[in-house]
Design a protein. Structure first.
Length: 112
């Protein structure tokens, strides 16, 4: 599966990349901001996006909306509890931070 990783923390992106590759999937791109993610989605077709809720103080809701329009499944990644998510993001599966490779694999498995 070709996966887009979207998080404003480079270390989280690196960890996710390692885990995704360990699970046998491919990271086709990384974005560290809403603008970068939207630019990537304008001309790329990932099979899945893993999206942090808060990107350097900006909501990732526009990115989730762009993914929905393109038919790209989304996994929301957050350290917040589910009740604090914006209403528009509450229907997506949530990967709670901190996570491990098994939790990520289980979450990706539900999207395939």
């Amino acid at each position: 599966m070709r996966i887009l990783v979207i998080d404003d923390e480079p270390m989280i992106c690196m960890l996710l990349t390692d885990y995704i590759e360990e699970l046998g999937h491919q990271v086709m791109g990384k974005a560290y901001s809403t603008v970068e993610a939207l630019r990537f989605l304008s001309d790329q077709e990932p099979e899945l996006a893993i999206l942090d809720v808060n990107l350097a103080g900006q909501s990732s809701e526009p990115v989730a909306e762009a993914c929905a329009i393109k038919g790209v499944p989304v996994i929301i990644m957050t350290g917040y509890n589910g009740d604090s998510l914006p209403e528009s993001l509450r229907d997506y599966p949530v990967l709670a931070k901190p996570f491990d490779v098994r939790a990520l694999g289980k979450m990706i498995g539900t999207r395939t």
